[in-house]
Design a binder for this molecule. Sequence first.
Ligand SMILES: Nc1ncnc2c1ncn2[C@@H]1O[C@H](COP(=O)(O)OP(=O)(O)OP(=O)(O)O)[C@@H](O)[C@H]1O
Length: 345
Amino acid sequence: MKKAGIRIEDLHLSFGDTTVLAGIDMEIYPGEFFAFLGPSGSGKSTLLRAIAGFGPRPKGRILIDGKDIADLPPWKRNVGMVFQSYALWPHMTVRQNVAFGLEERRMPRAQIGPKVEAALDLVGLLHLAERMPSQLSGGQQQRVALARTVAIEPQVLLLDEPLSNLDAALRVQMRRELLSLQRKLGLTTIFVTHDQEEANTTSDRMAVLDGGVIQQIGTPQELYDTPVNGFVAGFLGTANILAGHMNEGCFVTKGGNRLAVDNYRGTASRIVLRPQSVSLADEERGSIAGKVTHREFLGSQIRYLVGTEDGEIIVDTLHHAGQSGHAVGADVMLMIDSRSASLLD
Ligand SMILES: Nc1ncnc2c1ncn2[C@@H]1O[C@H](COP(=O)(O)OP(=O)(O)OP(=O)(O)O)[C@@H](O)[C@H]1O
């Protein structure tokens, strides 16, 4: 099947007085794995459901493969959706669950069998076709839900927090499986999640939402390296955001520390420093003095919170076996690599 692109134009939706989508514009390219990332209540699910055709009709346009589908009922949109809850029929076998959508579409029986087998084979569950959903693990149930959705050969796959009922280890495994399935099928896919690691590791590009507004769209790395505002900086990974102003090619922090930055001509009032751009240094080389207020042993790294004149700064250092690092209360000097830092107006 031809890969379909999605275009969303000026989409607005309110529930009573509450604005949930406030003018969404975006384009999702054919064959792309795209994530909607944002905190709880940011409007991700509402946006996904609007694409699927569930919920009230939003204002604006939704185009799939160039056709406006905003007035079509869900079953005429050629999209397949997988829910967080899986929504399998408990009284049907795995095979019957996967066949159900095809039967509903009145596909001839002779074609249904092979399509069901192919879909189950794709998710590695053909050998469990006669089981009931209650006889499957959470991860297996999720695969059945996926098989059922891809069996109908949708143009677009919509995934609403599909991994959130799984334990941490299985989530990591399933997100890899999901990506490899998506790559195999080349299916334009939208994945809703509030988990930045999940979005980072799966998506080609993502949109970060807050308050029903898209804050930024880009690849995971673009969003991490060059966030456009403090919300995106803080939502994608850990960020130290220091206030100050620009002066002669340096960012001067409130605490009076001068941080060199490359090729920046704007009037920034904040600088975003990732924890790995800050290191602990000896007296001569360090530029900011502080005191360790908190330390967290993370295995491969030790994370220090250091109180300074510029507020608390988070520093990640590599942990080497046998070395104890700094204790809470220790006086330390921080060295900052600010050249690639991003600056916010
Ligand atoms: N049917 C509804 N009636 C009234 N308000 C609703 C309805 N559905 C969603 N909302 C509100 O819309 C806002 C966005 O909800 P939505 O489910 O899209 O957020 P989300 O980003 O997907 O959050 P979560 O991760 O918690 O699912 C929330 O404030 C929610 O309370």
